[in-house]
Design a protein. Structure first.
Length: 145
């Protein structure tokens, strides 16, 4: 049996990330410097996978650690805006065979992953908090420690 890896992903109840075409917050998040939050085609390690395409069929994006999430969304205002727009921080588990590592983000096959936990984007993210089971659905059973 493959060892499962934790992936952290910001998403809404429909499973869409904050940079999706339907996102109302994507424009605000463009304030984050490119070196801190590169597009997949600009991220070393991911840039050659699909060439310069902006479409990544079957893949979603996330972070290898909570520290990486906090480095990307380092401003409290951005995390508060994500929370206000209905986004949450989900923890997925997936086999390493379905993960591509970039320099700042992870690309993974979401269909091969299982969401095991979630928490509000505004909570101070720590490994201990995340492993404590903070909720099973957005707006339901999400508790602050």
């Amino acid at each position: 049996m493959d060892k499962l890896t934790d992936i952290w992903r910001v998403e809404n109840p429909a499973g869409e990330g904050p940079y999706s075409p339907k996102s109302r917050i994507a424009q605000t998040l463009r304030e984050i410097p490119e070196g801190q939050a590169p597009l997949p085609m600009q991220d070393r390690g991911l840039c050659g996978i699909f060439g310069r395409s902006a479409v990544y069929p079957g893949y979603s994006f996330g972070f290898a650690s909570l520290e990486s999430y906090q480095a990307w969304f380092s401003r409290v205002e951005h995390r508060e805006a994500l929370d206000k727009e209905g986004y949450f921080l989900a923890r997925y588990q997936v086999s390493a065979a379905h993960i591509c590592h970039g320099s700042m983000q992870i690309m993974f096959k979401k269909a091969a992953a299982t969401r095991v936990d979630m928490q509000r984007c505004t909570l101070l993210a720590t490994q201990d908090n995340a492993m404590s089971g903070l909720g099973a659905a957005r707006g339901v059973n999400i508790k602050e420690p």
